[in-house]
Write a new protein. Structure first.
Length: 160
């Protein structure tokens, strides 16, 4: 992330951390397999349909998030770094027509003796953009709800 100060980086970031009661390999698999992503990705009330998924540096994940309001939200992710089962780095954007919500994500999966600490850091181009997205699309709550849905989904998988 470069030589940027911690304070400046924090002002541009939305960070969500949670300890999930499941092994790291399972949590990583749930994050990196479209059949799993369809079961939990997105805030409460959303569902997700993947049209393509190529998880390698330079690979792209294209998906639609179906909102509880009936709207569809086109998304694409371009993977930059994939370190199984420890870390993902990707650029997230909206529709190809220039959706203004674009950011970089850093996801870490830390092994805690059978549990997993997941940290999701979304880094926006500016602090103002981070604030706009937090205010207009409730991105902080959305990230928390998404990680909570992941935790619930993985807990169900872990007991199988």
């Amino acid at each position: 992330m470069g030589a940027e100060s911690d304070i400046a980086l924090a002002a541009r970031s939305i960070v969500t951390t949670r300890i999930i009661d499941a092994p790291r390999t399972l949590v990583f698999e749930a994050w990196t397999d479209p059949k799993h992503l369809a079961q939990w990705w997105g805030p409460n009330g959303f569902s997700t349909t993947t049209s393509s998924f190529d998880m390698r540096p330079g690979g792209v994940w294209r998906f639609v998030m179906h909102g509880p309001d009936g709207r569809d939200y086109q998304n694409h992710v371009t993977f930059e770094e994939v370190v199984k089962p420890e870390r993902l780095v990707y650029r997230h954007g909206g529709a190809d027509d220039g959706d203004p919500i674009a950011f970089r994500s850093f996801v870490t999966f830390e092994d805690l003796n059978g549990k997993t600490r997941i940290t999701l850091r979304g880094v926006f181009p500016t602090a103002e953009e981070r604030e706009r997205v937090a205010r207009e699309v409730h991105a902080v709550e959305g990230a928390q709800q998404t990680i909570a849905r992941l935790a619930e989904y993985v807990a169900r998988l872990a007991v199988r």
